[in-house]
Ligand binder design. Structure first.
Ligand code: VG1
Ligand code: CO
Length: 542
């Protein structure tokens, strides 16, 4: 029997955060560290015996090694089949799709998403359940509990597998099915969108730039945009995945995708620009001279989705994470469909999607998706935008302006204070929490607080509760500030401050965002004592 039992002690802190377990790569490379987590996943789901899984990752440093370990552990734990992306690559939405398409018991996705990659950067692993979505809190709690008590793991001593060619191989008793990472995903996209219309758009001279940020969407975007939709070669840039993402942050926002922003705001800008993150689940949408905030993008897509064949019947409802702006709620209200507000993290959308209560979901952090998979999906959002642009024949700017005139504008920005000392970040949150009951009625600069609370969520499908999901301060006139600590960082603590205010369609729709939010920014800083960060300002503003 080639399977061996290796003893191990539990590692501290294998606590899945907003989106799985994320740590420095060297932490994952410690003997037994990855193995502990993987065995804990198998144990938490009552074993892997007789089960089938999907495995793949975003190609970052340690992806290939981690996949070999997982395959050997799955075999030793009695799994019958693992479907792997060729070369170990799968975008997060493609992995979600493969789980659903093949009806597997779940999947393991290797990525630290938008965090940089490399031996001195970040790595991550996430378990997705059989609906294709991230494990809900009930499952991650079991995994965490198991990581603290585990004393051994099972692994095959078989040789490493060659994952370079598509086809089926055998590892001990287990089948390893290596699939092209793009094929099934592309087929799904073709069922949702009018590829002929989009092809005609490109044939008519429409110009686009897609920045794959040296990450996993490169092969997907190249095959679909250039290979199938006829966009000219060079439309996709940074399209070859590299283990360290070209030493960049594969985070599609105006700060980390600055080259794309410069092009889109420069002379002779393309009509449409987009970028995706490390694992391909995020998207940034830019028009010539216009940046569309993710919150606005969700709202615009909700209002226009019926123009794409996959959504022609209309939407069941729209869900957004709590810190996301209320723009999509306004669309849902007008359409007379349900709207839902969930905690941050895609796992909270899963039940709503499974129950058919919502069709579109989105987060302010550049995540948009639908019921086609159970993850957010960067390229899907880009294709839906393309389909809408092709149908409406308007520029991104005109579509956005039209949207604001109809629904009003939710000015929105997120300010991140990264890698803060943990005690300072905790003190700021603790002090905010202890003021919640006394804030109402207080005047802060030009604003007056109308109420404050800490967001809790009661899942309307399974009745589960999630608490301490962000502190909210509401101001008279409709402005809001939200404070929460990131659950995806790997260094110190990251404090996120989410700021928004609203003007209706007859108000001034074209003020610069930070200027429009100046009062709420000042009030948020004052109430929370942000000077304690010791920073002059946020590290990243999106
Ligand atoms: C961040 C985002 C959140 C997103 C999560 C995972 O979490 O704010 O909206 O769901 O990343 O996205 P946090 O806890 O750092 O705020 V991904 O693309 O990193 O899987
Ligand atoms: Co991601």
């Amino acid at each position: 029997m080639p399977a061996v039992l290796k003893s191990t002690a539990p590692f501290e802190g294998q606590k899945p955060g907003t989106s799985g377990l994320r740590k420095k790569t060297r932490v994952f490379m410690q003997p037994g560290y990855l193995e502990n987590f993987v065995q804990s996943v198998f144990d938490a789901i009552d074993g892997a015996e007789g089960k089938r899984f999907v495995v793949g990752g975003d190609g970052r440093y340690f992806n290939a090694e981690a996949i070999q370990t997982i395959l050997k552990m799955a075999a030793a734990n009695g799994a019958t089949e693992v479907i792997v992306g060729q070369g170990g690559l799968l975008s997060t939405p493609a992995a979600s799709h493969l789980i659903r398409l093949n009806g597997t018991d779940g999947g393991l996705i290797l990525s630290a998403s938008h965090n940089p990659g490399g031996i001195d950067e970040d790595f991550g692993i996430k378990y997705n359940i059989s609906n294709g979505g991230p494990a809900p809190e009930g499952v991650t709690a079991k995994i965490l509990a198991r990581t603290t008590e585990i004393d051994s793991y099972k692994i095959s001593d078989a040789a490493d597998m060659d994952l370079t060619a598509v086809g089926t191989q055998v590892l001990d008793q287990m089948q390893v099915v290596i699939v092209d990472p793009v094929t099934d995903y592309q087929a799904l996209m073709e069922t949702l969108f009018d590829f002929n219309k989009i092809r005609a758009l490109f044939a008519g001279g429409f110009r686009m730039r897609f920045d794959a940020m040296h990450a996993v969407t490169g092969p997907y975007a190249t095959a679909i945009l250039e290979g199938t939709l006829g966009a000219p070669k060079g439309t996709v840039v940074n399209g070859v995945p590299s283990v360290d993402f070209g030493k960049g942050h594969p985070d599609p926002n105006p700060v980390w995708a600055k080259t794309l922003m410069d092009e889109m705001f420069g002379e002779n800008a393309p009509d449409f620009g987009a970028a995706s993150d490390g694992d391909g689940d995020r998207n940034m949408i830019v028009g010539a001279g216009v940046y569309v905030t993710p919150s606005d993008s969700l709202a615009v897509l909700a209002a226009n989705a019926h123009l794409a064949p996959g959504y022609a019947k209309g939407l069941a409802g729209v869900a957004r994470s709590m810190p996301t702006s209320a723009a999509s709620d306004r669309v849902a209200e007008k359409l007379g469909i349900g709207s839902f507000e969930t905690p941050t993290g895609w796992k909270f959308f899963g039940n709503l999607l499974d129950a058919g209560k919502v069709t579109l979901c989105g987060e302010e952090s550049a995540g948009t998706g639908s019921d086609h998979v159970r993850e957010k999906d960067g390229l899907w959002a880009v294709l839906l935008w393309l389909n809408v642009l092709a149908e409406r024949g308007l520029s991104v700017q005109d579509i956005r302006t039209d949207h604001w005139q109809t629904y009003g504008r939710d000015y929105y920005s997120r300010h991140d204070y990264e890698a803060l000392p943990v005690d300072i970040a905790n003190t700021i949150m603790y002090d905010l929490r202890s003021q919640l009951d006394t804030l109402a009625g207080r005047s802060v600069g030009a604003l007056t607080v109308s109420g404050a609370d800490e967001f809790s969520y009661l899942d309307p499908v399974d009745g589960s509760e999630s608490h301490q999901q962000g502190i909210r301060i509401f101001f008279e006139g409709g402005a809001r500030a939200v404070f929460r600590l990131s659950g995806t960082g790997t260094e110190g603590a990251t404090l996120r401050v989410y700021l928004q205010s609203y003007v209706d369609g007859s108000g001034d729709l074209h003020v610069e965002t930070q200027a429009a939010l100046a009062d709420v920014i000042a009030a948020a800083s004052d109430i929370s004592g942000l000077e304690r960060t010791g920073r002059d300002g946020p590290d990243v503003m999106t």
